[in-house]
Write a protein that binds this ligand. Sequence first.
Ligand code: E4P
Length: 221
Amino acid sequence: MKFFLDSADLNEIRQAASLGILDGVTTNPSLIRKAGAQDFHEHIRQICESVPGDVSAEVTAVDYEGMLREARTLAAIHERVVVKIPLIPDGIRAIKTLSAEGIRTNCTLCFSATQALVAAKAGATYISPFLGRLDDISSEGTRLISQIVQIYRNYHFQTRVLAASLRHPMHVLEVALLGADVATMPFSVMTQLLKHPLTDIGLDRFLKDWEAYLQSRNPQK
Ligand code: E4P
């Protein structure tokens, strides 16, 4: 399973990359705004230089021609840019065209399995089902992931399932068990994944015992 950071904050991205387990980054207009990016394209270029893998950058046009124009510009920033396109009719048309041009896409704002089926047929590189936002409205986000994974397996679609809108470690665990290809998560969730109180307590005990052992061997110091 690949781990992507869902952030446009360069400090967070560099910190996560330093762990050595980061496979990519996803951004969206809200995250770009939150990061206070001065120049969108330059910001995306800097993210690409900070991580080894794919970096999703989203178009803001909602018409076919506009999306194509923005997508080509974004794809020209760096070879690892994946263009995020919303799951609307013009977006599906754009994904089909961009896919034929060899421009990779991340079809975003997916909330149903039939939407995911359409995106795969159009040739999307990634599909982004938003778990947390479904949970927010009392819908079962994990069920959507399991349906998409099943459908893509049934028909051998190459589109990768990128579980998005993950809010806590249990979301990551659930999508991992269901076979999602990628989990994109905020920095706080990524750091929570490796935390366990028994690890901290155990380490503390080991270090104290080691100190006592050293003291017992050399009581003068
Ligand atoms: C994914 O690509 C989206 O940027 C993101 O996961 C949305 O998460 P949110 O619902 O927490 O805003």
